[in-house]
Design a binder for this molecule. Sequence first.
Ligand code: AHR
Length: 323
Amino acid sequence: MRKRLLCALCVLLLVMLSGCGREKEEPADSKLVLGFSQIGSESAWRIGNTKDIEEQAGAYGIGLMLENANQKKENQIAAIRRFIAYKVDVIAFSPVVEDGWENVLKEARDAGIPVILVDRDISTKEEGLTTCLIGADFYKEGVMAAEYLIRKVDKLGLTRVNIVEITGTKDSTPMLQRQAGFMATIAGDERMNVLESVDGDFLKSRGEECMRYFLDKYGDTIDVVFSHNDEMTIGALPEIEKAGLAPGKDLIIISIDGGQEAINVLKEGKINCVVECTPKLGKALMETALRLKNGEGVETVIHPEEQVFSDEMDVSTIAPRGY
Ligand code: AHR
């Protein structure tokens, strides 16, 4: 009897757990059902991106099955398998890292379900497992960050600057591409000296830890912090201040995303430059999903327009960011 009761409890627990992280299911009268696997909630950017996708799904009358993977690739793979089992019309996902998607994407292809990449890219041996990518040009963001730095160094007349880099999640597209764009742009400029790059995983707490590590190791010889997102930048700033240095003055601070919190800090003069990365990808996602459902062709890459906010402009004119 006790054994049977225990079994029943286990089944109940399994049923409850299988629904973990699932936030919404589709309305009965939707035009199509879209399964979307989101990476997690690691940043204001990510939370803004989830909100935008939910709002746009509502606006387009699309049924959204949204699953939050809490930063884990295996959760994303399990979510995609559930979408296949559910026979959604279109699958979309933001891959946490680039590798390891081949098998599950072949399963989606065999089930005849088109897949859209949102925000980040993947790397697979076999081509054509996804239909298109809707997301920022991360390489260009790295280039824009470096171009700002070159202008700033010119303006200050510096002959040598020591740079530390706090990178995003290892092996993710924004980490790889932002770093590549930044490094390629400063290469050959003899004033630029990269001291070290450390993985901050796009998290505020890691930004804090990385900055503490850099300050312990290099002290006040650091001239520039290039951080791959606002969350890590905001984590790093108090550490700089605790070390008796003024961010934005003693150190040049460059961030990426352009969320409201970072823009407020830019206005206070503690960040020098924020390269925009917009999370508002929902409209393009819904329009692309509808085209796929109707058997129409889609663009293979959709990059949103992005800009640079910095101390070179009148920062009081920056409109509210919405994320
Ligand atoms: O993939 C986009 C990046 O992921 C954003 O820059 C970052 O804030 C997010 O977590």
